[in-house]
Design a protein around this ligand. Sequence first.
Ligand code: SF4
Length: 378
Amino acid sequence: MNTLGIYIHIPFCKRRCRYCTFLSDDETGDKERSLYVTQLRREISGKSVLYAKERVVDTIFIGGGTPTILPPCEIDDIIEAVYSRFHVANDAEVTVEANPGTVDRGYLRSIRDEGVNRISFGVQSFDEGTLARLGRVHTAGEAVDSYMAAREAGYDNVNIDLIFGLPDQGAESWNQDIRTALSLRPDHLSFYDLQLEEETPLYEDVMAGRLEALTDLEDRRMYHAAIEALTAEGYEHYEISNAALPGMRSRHNLKYWSMDDYLGFGLGAHSYMNGRRFVNTEFRDDYIKAQSSDQMVSSYYNNTRGDEMSEYVWLGLRRTDGISLSDFSTRFGEDFMNLYAHETENLIERKLLTREGDKLRLTALGLDLSNVVFREFV
Ligand code: SF4
């Protein structure tokens, strides 16, 4: 049977962070959130009729937003809806994103009893000043407490998200964030480069001169410092922004970079099934009023053969072990170099890509300029 990943979006937060452009709302009450969960169950049931057959679900990822704003019984309802409609593998990776300060040991234990086996904490920083500038709802102490609570609740697969490249963030502060994270020994660590988006309060702070944006050089130094520190401690840097202890890579996220099928549920959720991409409405009223899972989808797009090849290359190059040229030709029946010789040779000459036997991957410079590389294949 083919495998399938499931993503479920929970578009609610306690308070909006000052850099955030994600699809999430901080002004909803318990009643609206319950209605949303009911609609999620409807969607899971509806889509299962179309997509559950001859598929085994091997990853479930409940993300947001802040999924842990929901009570454990509603997380249970969602998971139960998936298990009752899909064939879920016994060893499926089941992740819930959690914000420190929204969970305690009891909460984490409760959702673990319901089948959750991986927690991903949106810590972002251990520096109080940075957390305040970001408008996070939690303190550094709460982040450590939540992490310890997850271990005490029995989780042996825990991720920590950190952000770097923040206005006014010094190199020492970032290095300290990495050291603190490493002292906790998470199984997985994501380190995201802040994209300063217009119309966020943080962007306005920079525009008004209240905060100073970092230079590209400072930003890149932070990135490479993180990779160096993580690999020195035995972590495998396996994707541009992700590192994990051996055997602990995110199986769910790997699906996105490997073009494996996944189904998204909830507001604005994306799906990729059998070469077709589709996305749900981003309007909560439309989602709640939809009478069927079909009505929740706002657009469908059938990838052309060219789209498939291009996505395979640029998504695959996000992984540090790169893409396999023989796998490309098995998948598409075409020789990679016949199609992309000019782009590839040019990028190798510019030291952005390197080829070793069957593998093509980003160099250290290519990691810094990955968008330049990806553009060549789009
Ligand atoms: S917790 Fe995440 S989704 Fe929610 S407001 Fe903050 S950054 Fe946005």
